[in-house]
Design a binder for this molecule. Structure first.
Ligand code: CUA
Length: 187
């Protein structure tokens, strides 16, 4: 038989259990936020702070992503800007040449559907969404070659959509940049 006192005790127990679960939930949320913050800061995988748009219909005709402006450029401050586009089923330029030990800004977009751009051996992995510019910072420690596959299904030719990044010695790149304004390693 349940008495008034039993009822009171039951309520107190229920309140205590509820409080424990509430605290546990807050701790779990705090832990997840902490993990996301740590990974974001430690591995520099921040979401973009601003959104830049581009018009895929006029991409080839004018503006930053016209064909003659694609490739790598040595900036006045010594950094390098790489501009590339993805389209069914290739990247332009197909082969990107960059110097080692240099801050690089990669600016890319898509000319048609959603593509992906991944540079093997780095933390570069982004989606190329038509209408938007994806900008990412990169820095390569040493010369070498990295494959750059499209990692987002974009149609029947998707599996054949591959590019390449060739990292060369800083001095060799400076020599190339002195001769030409926009560099690629497309043969
Ligand atoms: Cu482009 Cu898959």
């Amino acid at each position: 038989m349940t008495t008034e006192t039993d009822h009171g005790v039951g309520e107190a127990v229920a309140a205590r259990i509820e409080r424990r679960w509430a605290i546990l939930s807050i701790v779990i949320v705090g832990l997840l936020v902490g993990m996301a913050t740590f990974i974001g800061i430690h591995q520099a995988t921040m979401p973009q702070g601003r959104v830049e748009t581009s018009d895929p219909r006029t991409l080839h005709l004018s503006g930053e992503f016209v064909e003659s402006n694609l490739g790598s450029t040595l900036e006045a401050d010594g950094s390098v800007t790489v501009r590339a586009i993805g389209q069914q089923y290739s990247f332009t330029p197909q082969c990107i040449v960059v110097p080692a030990e240099t801050p690089i800004t990669l600016r890319t977009t898509s000319a048609d559907v959603v593509h992906g751009l991944l540079i093997e051996g780095t933390n570069i992995n982004t989606m190329l969404v038509p209408g938007y510019v994806a900008e990412l910072p990169i820095r390569f420690k040493a010369p070498g070659e990295h494959v750059m596959p499209c990692q987002e299904f974009c149609g029947i030719g998707h599996q054949g959509m591959w590019g390449k990044v060739k990292v060369v010695d800083k001095a060799a790149f400076a020599k190339l940049a002195a001769a030409r304004r926009r560099l690629t390693c497309v043969d």
